[in-house]
Design a binder for this molecule. Structure first.
Ligand code: ATR
Length: 289
């Protein structure tokens, strides 16, 4: 190990494969530390950088990655939609979700995937050792994050998914658009008292409770019944107020860090064909806080 080693501990040479995340802003992204640790742990000769790309430069950036032979890129806000125009193929799930967060450069083609929703669901199942088949799930929120999560949940053969949103019409629209994959019903946030007692899992997909507004909650937790699994997509803070209160009520709780880790794990697996070292990835992100 000498001065020429990069941060992942890999010595770069003429065969090093390049990866990265594009976004605007991007400098707070934890993806570079997480993915470089993953490449190093598995012994893959690759490096992962962060690229601050303005929307007006997106087309040139994508063509640049293509020309330079990058192995793949992750895509974050605000490019998840716009990038779809500049790549060659889009996976079926990403098409339904309407957003791409992972691009794989394979045989000269750029192929877009969405690993956010499936990453979340894998985290939910693996971190809580639960099966979602036959379960009843209440999802709070009907924005972009909810769309990916509900699409992935719908693949798990749940008995019922309810989507509750402040703006009821958005919940109903989202439910209608995903009804072909599972039984999905939309409703207003005020109506959750009718169903929350029957839910095995309750998931907050809104940003309500995220730093710096850590005292806020998307709904009143006194509605929760003791044996429910309550999950929050937020990972800053790691335990939101909603989760802390749910725990007090005797619920099992699940924070959002795993979603970030597993969306990256899927990207790693699509790029390398190797199993992602998830424990190392999670620990690396935790250490970086
Ligand atoms: P994201 O991509 O993070 O999902 P989004 O697409 O803007 O972001 O969606 C935000 C979601 O959080 C929406 O479901 C929004 O509800 P509305 O559709 O009624 O706007 C929800 N949300 C945001 N602030 C909220 C609040 N204070 N209370 C309840 N829901 C809120």
């Amino acid at each position: 190990m000498g001065a020429k080693d990069n941060m992942s501990g890999t010595r770069m040479n003429a065969e090093t494969r390049f990866y990265g995340v594009i976004g605007d802003p991007v400098k707070h992204s934890k993806s570079p530390v997480m993915l470089n640790a993953a490449f190093a742990a598995v012994g893959i000769n690759a490096v992962y950088g962060a690229f601050h790309i303005k929307s007006t430069e997106l087309r040139q950036a994508v063509n640049g990655f293509r020309a330079l032979g990058f192995g793949g890129i992750n895509v974050t806000i605000p490019h998840k939609l716009a990038i779809m125009e500049y790549i060659d193929e889009i996976d079926e799930g990403a098409k339904v979700i309407g957003a791409v967060n992972t691009v794989v450069h394979e045989d000269g083609k750029l192929i877009g995937y969405n690993t956010d929703g499936i990453g979340y669901v894998r985290a939910l199942k693996e971190e809580n050792r639960v099966s979602l088949a036959g379960s009843r799930i209440l999802v709070i929120g009907a924005g972009g994050a909810a769309r990916g999560v509900v699409y992935a949940l719908a693949q798990e053969k749940p008995k019922q998914i309810w989507i509750a949103n402040r703006t009821a019409a958005k919940a109903e629209q989202l439910a209608d658009s995903l009804n072909e994959f599972a039984s999905v019903t939309g409703m207003a946030l005020q109506e959750i008292k009718e169903v929350i007692g029957d839910a095995d899992v309750v998931i907050n997909t809104t940003a309500v409770g995220m730093h710096p507004y850590i005292e806020e909650m998307p709904f009143q937790p006194d509605l929760l019944k003791g044996n429910t699994l309550v999950s929050d997509l937020i990972y800053n803070p790691l335990t939101t107020k909603l989760l802390a209160e749910a725990k007090q009520k005797g619920c099992r709780i699940h924070g959002g860090l795993g979603m970030f880790v597993y969306q990256g794990a899927y990207a790693f697996e699509y790029w390398t064909g190797r199993q992602a070292p998830v424990d190392i990835m999670r620990q690396t992100v935790l250490n970086s806080f």
